[in-house]
Design a protein around this ligand. Sequence first.
Ligand code: SF4
Length: 355
Amino acid sequence: MDTSLPNVKESPLQESLGRGKARCLVCERRCVLGEGERGFCKTRMNIEGKIYTLVYGDLSALESRPIEIKPFYHFWPGSTALTFSTWSCNFICPWCQNWHLSKTEPEPYDARYISPERVVETALKRGDEGTCVSFNEPLMLFEYSLDVFKLAREKGLYNTYVSNGYMTLEALKMLREAGLDGLKIDVKGSREEYLRFNKAYVDVVWRNAREAKSMGIHVEIVYLVVTKATDDENTILETIERHLKELGPETPLHFTRYYPAYKYNEPPTPVEKLEWAYRQARKMGVLYPYIGNVPGHAYENTYCPECGEVLVKRYGLMIIRYRITEDKKCPVCGAEISIAGRHVSKFRFRSILGI
Ligand code: SF4
């Protein structure tokens, strides 16, 4: 492998194990790689005893997108984030909705390299309020996002990740120091579902959500209710309990509708199931539960947890009406509403690369 390629870069998170072997410390798979081997995610390779990312700045998409699509409902509402991605993933969900990116192995010699400086310049030029690493697992761009985030923060932009939350704590700390402001984590069931579908551990994900919050990062949780995979009622109740225990009642919890994709063909989640999950969460004490992927549903809105007033009326990605006061209170009863950043009044959606 040619280490002079701009997209091939030594990773700052690794451990030398001697005899040419090294361990990757970016995610909790902690792959041990011998000379010439790639990790579980295929984006990192041992080259002469050191681990290199092969996808530094190799972007598969670059788009300005509404923050609501992530979804972040309590973070810079109405703003747009310049969103970018690369290839592959450290998870193997059979229902992946972005499989055309996540199941593609990177080809370092065919990379479409875009520098961190250009990403930040583009965000500023397009009037975005922040950046977001999304579409495929953002950790695949770990080294690159550190550099983008530092530059973006200097220019007053926020930085976000839409992640499965399987990073090491070292990686999370480095991301925070570089400027990570918001983290949306997908929770994919409980212990059994993680082991069965991803050979991974749910405790890591909740640990990271909790630690991120304690570092001052804004956290929202998404639970994709996948038919015959993560839709068991006891699993959903267990997730709500864990959410409350680890993150507290004010952290938003989104139940989103699954549609068949990639290798998974069970029918879409019945809307009644999502409504049931929403009601359980509210009853158990979650202040801001939501339903996602059902445009126009009343449970897309934000209600005041004290008086029930509609505070933010949404239709899909759009905010139709925003009534939270500038000092982040309900205009009717004065209850404080948990919002990070400020409300931005605009809506744009366009692609730069057209991919
Ligand atoms: S980032 Fe990739 S190579 Fe590194 S530990 Fe995770 S799966 Fe393995």
